[in-house]
Design a binder for this molecule. Structure first.
Ligand code: KG4
Ligand code: ZN
Length: 341
């Protein structure tokens, strides 16, 4: 068994996890996530320097606890999110991981956060994992892309967003609806009480014939609609729920259509939904339905592994480690713009 400990501090979640792997099979031994959401909520978004300070506060006791529980014994490597993410936040995790790997005399594996999100679908009890080639839809707060993964560490980007990420659009619409931060889950909750066909928001790039996305148009349409309704004094709670539901429907629709088009074009052996927006129930259900219709196995992470966590980084680190990506800790650096391809 190969034993990997991972640290994740790319945004506002401080996380530590341990996995053991044997060939294609990985077993999660422990996963702790401490969210800083309440601290940043006051500012309406994540403040990088505050995130960094909190990571220090939260990570040190986690490491102390891991040591007390013997989790640092017999490690083969330490893995850490090197990017993409907020530079001050990433630096805390990478600094700690460097020190830890150095003191234990084991290699350090730098991991791309987006690659980690894909590997969240490997964490399951039944041992059934996605087969290659995989079509991955990555939808997070900073990214929206369709990626073809031909094997471990082999990625081709098919397309990405030209402007806002899907999660970012959810967060901005949440602000417009005065739902506060974090926005995605709040818009999704409000959408449950609304009618998804009440407003016809645009599905940008629907017929573009490629795998590019754009979410700034739908966001602006929501803004104009809200202004119009406010002027006419028609912004009731019911109408706000209708706006949330119709906006979510527009986003889910376009993500689903492009994913289906990519399935038909590339005929993957499996489809993986990844990133924070993978927690969106409407999106999960729609893609599950579409993949069933197209007869392609569909994988999505458990809810707790959709949002940022270190378990997914440990799994990605494990497969990278098998490929020889372990480095001397002094040679690992933060890269806030690190990309999957
Ligand atoms: O992956 P993640 O935790 O952080 C990044 O790597 O960016 O993704 C966070 C994003 C946020 O934009 C958040 O609003 C969105 O995921 N999100 C959701 C839901 N839960 C989280 N968006 C829609 N519906 C949800 N249920
Ligand atoms: Zn993330």
């Amino acid at each position: 068994m190969v034993k990997i400990l991972a640290i994740e501090t790319s945004c506002d979640e401080t996380a530590l996890a341990l996995v053991e792997g044997n060939g294609e099979r990985v077993i999660l031994r422990t996963s702790v996530v401490r969210s800083q959401v309440d601290i940043h909520a006051v500012y309406g978004g994540v403040v990088p320097d505050i995130a960094a300070r909190e990571h220090v506060e939260l990570l040190m006791p986690m490491l102390r606890q891991a040591k007390a529980e013997g989790l640092l014994d017999g490690l083969d490597a330490v893995a850490v999110t090197a990017g993409p993410g907020l530079a001050p936040a990433l630096r805390v995790g990478v600094g700690a991981a460097k020190g830890l790997a150095w003191s234990l005399g084991v290699p350090l594996v730098p991991v791309c956060h987006l690659e980690g999100h894909i590997y969240a679908s490997w964490i399951r009890d039944d041992g059934y994992v996605p087969a290659f080639p995989i079509l991955a839809l990555i939808v997070s707060g900073g990214h929206t892309e369709l990626v073809l993964m031909k094997g471990h560490g082999e990625f081709d980007r098919l397309g990405e967003t030209l402007d806002d990420a899907a999660g970012e659009a959810f967060d901005k619409v949440a602000k417009m609806l005065e739902l506060g931060y974090p926005g995605g889950p709040r818009v999704a909750a409000l959408a449950e009480q609304g009618r998804k066909d009440a407003f016809a928001f645009p599905r940008a790039m629907e017929k573009s014939g490629d795998f590019l996305f754009s979410f700034s148009g739908v966001k602006t349409s929501v803004l104009y609609e809200l202004r119009k309704l406010a002027d006419a004094q028609g912004l009731t709670d019911g109408v706000r729920a209708d706006i949330a539901a119709s906006f979510q429907e527009a986003v889910v629709d376009i993500l689903d259509k492009k994913t289906c088009a990519a399935i038909q074009r590339y005929r993957p052996a499996s489809v993986v939904l990844a990133g924070g927006v993978a927690a969106n129930v409407a999106l999960r259900e729609r893609l599950q339905e579409s993949c069933a219709k197209l007869a392609v196995p569909f994988f999505m992470p458990e809810f707790r592994f959709s949002m940022d966590n270190a378990a997914m980084i440990a799994v990605a680190g494990y497969f990278r480690f098998l490929q020889g990506a372990g480095r001397d800790p002094k040679d690992v650096f933060v890269d806030p713009n690190l990309d999957i391809v």
